[in-house]
Ligand binder design. Structure first.
Ligand code: GLC
Length: 569
């Protein structure tokens, strides 16, 4: 028996179908609307009976703390519970590597690093994915947010794509294993996942973000296992890709969103559109685009281009139903799916007003640190250079990446694109090394590598600055950055072994430069617990990660390290 908290009328339902049948068209349209928090006036959630509110990347309350978040989420929840039917509003955001939008939260390795764990040991990988899910759920619920637009289930096959690091691997089996593992860890701990971005986002021509993928049915079937496993793991929401398949935008592909996903695969959850994606569709008008999206199988629209955009969406949706361009049955199905999702995470059962908890706990940071260690891939190790580090007395640590939390976290950290610097609480690679060697060796740091003196070894950290989505697309240059080349030139002058660590969202094209390195470690985007790197460099544990992506000298060029490569020591 469902009764909404605080409903004005004593209205009770036995089934969700009855609840849908009791809703007005305006209430149904409201339930199918997701608005961004900044596009809302006080009272909007109640007045329009909105189904969902989101935070886009970097969209935080003034007080970016669990208390600040809970106060904000509760304010929207209170409005929704005062509507005629009291259907709770659900808050969603992107926590793709921990609840990284919140200051001082635990930021775990991005999926590319977790994929490296699985490439080395699938069981360990599944466990890491589960742990990442658990940590993320715990810290999201500590801020009152139950719904995460994660995991990405893309299979990145062109590393020029800016979202390569959000994908676990180029290997569909690893993506399948890890996506389901994350969802289990995430939903076993009380939160709700969202599979994304369906389908073919990693197969676009030239790796263009939001580009076009040419896929026959076999090509489509090859990409379905991650979604089948995610549905089996209990995922009840899905986000289509901005990209197209054979020239048809995914957000208006009835073949894929309805015939394949809902009918063939039996997906009973709901489809949430991506950020303003409906406005990219065919039809020539916003109203026609809305009809194309909803009739194709989109159930809720992320209408995020300002307040007028979602208010207009609600108006157009009702008009389209009244004009018969969107059948009422389609709307009823969409609303039923949304309510089924909300029911699946207990939103009709327990009181929805939350209390703040803790983020960035010692236990979660320790678990993230262990994942960092497991994600490292030793690609090259000449003359036992790594083991000899522990015998060194004077070590030069060089490179911007050695001492930059923002660089080791990458995109989707505090802000959408991420940024360099001490952006949140964590331990840099350098700080981890200093703590590991203590007084057993003298550590000198030079960001640009310019340092006189004699050293027994150099640890040089190179890589990429943070980026997200299309801002990370590289058509023809994924080479080592000039500033890193300049730094390497400086450190090569020292007559001692050079150990290179790369912080990157993809296997950068390194040409023949690696032949000058005594050792080469891929650390991916490890997150806040940079000390997990020193734990392996100076500890007594072996390297267990293997590369989840193929490494090439140049774009689509000669392979240096094949998928799955990695040394133990
Ligand atoms: C972005 C991304 C999507 C994200 C959404 C909300 O454009 O494509 O992954 O979930 O908008 O931030």
């Amino acid at each position: 028996m469902f009764t909404g908290d605080g409903v004005k009328e004593a209205t009770a339902w036995n089934t969700l179908e009855e609840l849908v049948a009791s809703m007005t068209l305006a209430e149904k349209a409201g339930q199918m609307t997701q608005a961004e928090r900044v596009d809302l006036l006080k009272g909007d959630v109640m007045k329009y009976a909105l189904g969902s509110v989101l935070s886009g990347g970097g969209s935080t309350p003034a007080q970016n703390t669990p208390e600040g978040w809970v106060a904000m989420v509760n304010s929207f929840m209170n409005e929704s519970l005062k509507t005629r039917l009291g259907i709770p509003v659900v808050y969603g955001l992107d926590a793709v590597h921990g609840h990284a939008i919140v200051l001082n939260a635990t930021v775990v390795p991005h999926n590319i690093g977790l994929g490296a764990i699985a490439a080395g040991d699938p069981q360990k990988g599944a466990e890491a994915a589960y742990t990442a899910g658990r940590i993320t759920a715990e810290e999201m619920l500590a801020t009152g947010v139950p719904w995460n637009f994660a995991p990405v289930l893309g299979v990145a096959e062109d590393i020029r794509w800016g979202r390569t690091y959000e994908c676990y691997s180029e290997n569909v089996d690893i993506v399948t294993l890890m996506g389901a593992g994350f969802i289990k860890g995430f939903q076993d701990n009380g939160a709700a996942a969202c599979m994304k971005h369906f389908l073919g986002e990693g197969q676009t021509i030239d790796g263009r973000n939001q580009g076009n993928a040419l896929l026959d049915r076999a090509g489509i079937d090859r990409l379905l296992p991650p979604y089948r496993a995610a549905i089996d793991a209990g995922a009840m929401s899905l986000m289509p890709s901005f990209s197209s398949v054979n020239g048809i935008k995914m957000h208006e592909s009835k073949e894929l969103l309805t015939n394949v996903l809902k009918d063939e695969m039996g997906f009973e959850g709901f489809v949430i559109s991506d950020w303003g994606a409906v406005m990219q569709l065919s039809g020539g008008s916003y109203k026609a685009q809305i009809a194309n999206a909803i009739n194709a199988g989109v159930d809720m629209v992320m209408a995020t281009n300002g307040r007028n955009n979602w208010v207009t969406f609600i108006r157009h949706l009702q008009a389209a139903v009244n004009e018969g361009t969107i059948p009422m049955e389609r709307v009823d199905d969409a609303v039923l799916r949304i309510l089924r999702f909300k029911q699946s995470i207990g939103m009709f059962d327990s009181p929805q007003i939350k209390k703040a908890g803790a983020v960035g706990t010692d236990a979660n940071r320790a678990a993230a640190r262990a994942m960092v260690s497991e994600s490292l891939v030793l690609l090259r190790n000449e003359n036992n250079a790594i083991a000899k580090l522990s015998e060194c007395k004077r070590i030069l640590v060089a490179g911007q990446g050695a001492n930059d939390i923002g660089m080791q976290c990458g995109g989707w950290t505090i802000t959408w694109q991420g940024k360099l610097g001490r952006i949140t609480k964590g331990t840099t690679v350098l700080e981890g090394i200093q703590a590991a060697v203590k007084d057993k060796a003298a550590i000198t740091y030079a960001g640009n590598g310019k340092e006189k003196g004699n050293f027994d070894a150099v640890i040089a950290v190179i890589g990429e600055g943070p980026y997200a989505e299309g801002d990370g697309d590289r058509l023809n240059n994924i080479n080592i950055r000039q500033m890193d080349k300049d730094m390497l030139k400086e450190v090569y002058a020292h007559d001692c072994p050079v150990i290179v660590i790369m912080l990157s969202g993809r296997p950068m094209t390194i040409g023949d430069e690696y032949k000058k390195w005594d050792a080469f470690v891929a650390a991916w985007l490890p997150g806040t617990e940079g000390d997990g790197i020193a734990d392996v460099l100076f500890g007594d544990r072996d390297f267990s990660g293997r590369t989840p992506y193929t490494w090439r000298k140049t774009i689509n060029g000669e392979v240096i390290y094949p998928f799955g490569h990695g040394l133990t020591k």
